[in-house]
Each structure stands twice: as structure tokens, then as C-alpha cells.
Design a protein around this ligand. Structure first.
Ligand code: TYD
Length: 230
């Protein structure tokens, strides 16, 4: 993409979240997309949830160690919400305001799926927390990477090697199947915001599909120009 074209962009950055079950390949794809945006002379940051800011990283440690689970589902959800609140206000919003694109490994759909659909935390509780933490902030695009549960769990096991599974990796196969179903439902319910991508394909192919989703939404057709909505 020509630098001259890119220079025409002004205003807010784009907010892109990546979602999917364990071992769906999010980190690889986020890295590839960040490199691609940078090659197009777009400023982008990569961040993650839970975590992404110093305060939220402390909470991440608590949650993934299983401490949050001991407090019960509502309190564990509050921990995710507290982490998100800090992350949104100290990292995500300031970046978007400066015109920086934000690529976030998991965001509010993770709460809807892990704590809501699968964890059975009541919608009223989730909605209240969402109002407080993110208000009207929504990703401009959510990439949902979809892999069969067995494939995802094998990949996650290979990645951690001899290490112990974390709080969520340790859940049984039914839990992971429910996660996958819940993500697919979100993708079907919100096709404008979400794109569901078969992530069993080789990484280059998955990256091409992600880039094509960005092009459709954010760049004008033709020579890869950025859409005037920027
Ligand atoms: P992480 O190691 O980042 O997992 P992954 O590589 O699969 O993204 O751990 C984050 C875990 O936290 C993951 O299992 C999903 C879970 N999670 C929730 O349950 N609720 C949330 O709101 C978020 C952001 C994550």
C-alpha cells in the first residue's frame, strides 16, 4: 500500500479483537497482522486480555492461577471486569484517540462466552459490568478463529510442553465444545462486526482471510486504498 494513500487517514484508530478457543492460533495471526499493518505504514499496537496494562497484568496472574475460581463465578467475572476497566482506560482508548490501531488478543466476547454462555453468570450481571467497564466501546472488527476442539486442545498441549494447564485449559472437553458453539453463535448473530475464520488451514491461508476481512471493512476496493470512513 502506498505511503501517500495511508497519509490520508486521520481520526480514530481501528479496534480489532481476536477471539477463539484454546489453541486457535490467535497470537500467530495477531503478530502477522501487526507486521502487515506496519508495512502499510499504519501505527498499531498489540495487546491482550486479561492484561495489557500493568494493573490488569496483576489481575491476569490471579485469574489464570485459579485464585479467581475459588471466589466463585460472579467474583471471578468481576476480576476480568476490573482488568478490562484498567486496560480500556489506560491503553485502548488513549491509543484509538491518537489514531493508533489496536489489535487485542481477546476482549468482551471472551467474557460473554467463558463466563456467560459456558460459566452461566447471569446476563444482568454481565451487562452491568460491561456498562461500567467499556460503555459503548465495541471492536470495529472481531476475528473469531474456529478450530475443532480436539485440534485446539492438541495445539495448546504442544505449546505448553511439560508445563501445567492453566485455569481454563484444565477444563474438560465439553467445556471447550460449548465455548466453540458460543463463539459460532456470536459470529452468526453479529455478521457486521464478526468474521468467523476456519483456523485449521495453514497459517498463511488464515492470515490471507483475515487481511481480506480488513480490506472489505476498512479499505476501499481497488488498489487497497483506505476507505474514506477513516
Ligand atoms: P491465555 O493464556 O491468554 O489464553 P489464550 O492463549 O487461549 O488466549 O489465557 C486467557 C484465558 O482467560 C483464556 O482461557 C480465556 C480466559 N478469559 C475469560 O475467561 N474471560 C475473559 O473475559 C477473558 C478476557 C479471558
Amino acid at each position: 500500500m502506498a505511503e501517500a494513500t495511508v497519509k490520508r487517514i486521520s481520526g480514530r484508530g481501528r479496534f480489532i479483537s481476536f477471539e477463539g478457543g484454546e489453541g486457535s492460533g490467535k497470537s500467530t495471526q495477531i503478530k502477522t497482522l501487526a507486521e502487515r499493518l506496519s508495512a502499510a505504514k499504519l501505527r498499531a499496537i498489540v495487546t491482550r486480555e486479561p492484561g495489557g496494562s500493568p494493573g490488569a497484568e496483576i489481575i491476569r496472574h490471579l485469574v489464570l492461577s485459579g485464585m479467581g475460581k475459588l471466589l466463585g463465578p460472579d467474583a471471578e467475572t468481576l476480576l476480568f471486569a476490573a482488568a478490562r476497566d484498567d486496560h480500556v482506560h489506560t491503553v485502548i482508548e488513549p491509543a484509538l484517540k491518537q489514531g493508533i490501531w489496536v489489535l487485542c488478543d481477546r476482549f468482551s466476547d471472551s467474557t460473554r462466552v467463558y463466563q456467560g454462555s459456558v460459566g452461566q453468570v447471569a446476563p444482568a450481571v454481565l451487562n452491568a459490568m460491561q456498562r461500567v467497564t467499556i460503555g459503548d466501546l465495541k471492536p470495529d472488527l472481531t476475528v473469531i478463529l474456529d478450530v475443532p476442539v480436539e485440534v485446539g486442545m492438541q495445539r495448546a498441549a504442544a505449546r505448553r510442553g511439560a508445563g501445567a494447564p492453566d485455569r481454563f485449559e484444565a477444563e474438560d472437553i465439553r467445556f471447550h465444545q460449548e465455548l466453540r458453539d458460543a463463539y459460532r453463535q456470536i459470529a452468526a448473530a453479529e455478521p457486521q462486526r464478526c468474521v468467523l475464520i476456519d483456523a485449521t488451514a495453514e497459517p498463511g491461508m488464515v492470515a490471507a482471510k483475515i487481511w481480506s476481512a480488513l480490506r472489505d471493512r476498512f479499505f476501499a476496493t481497488g488498489a487497497g486504498n483506505l476507505a474514506s470512513s477513516a
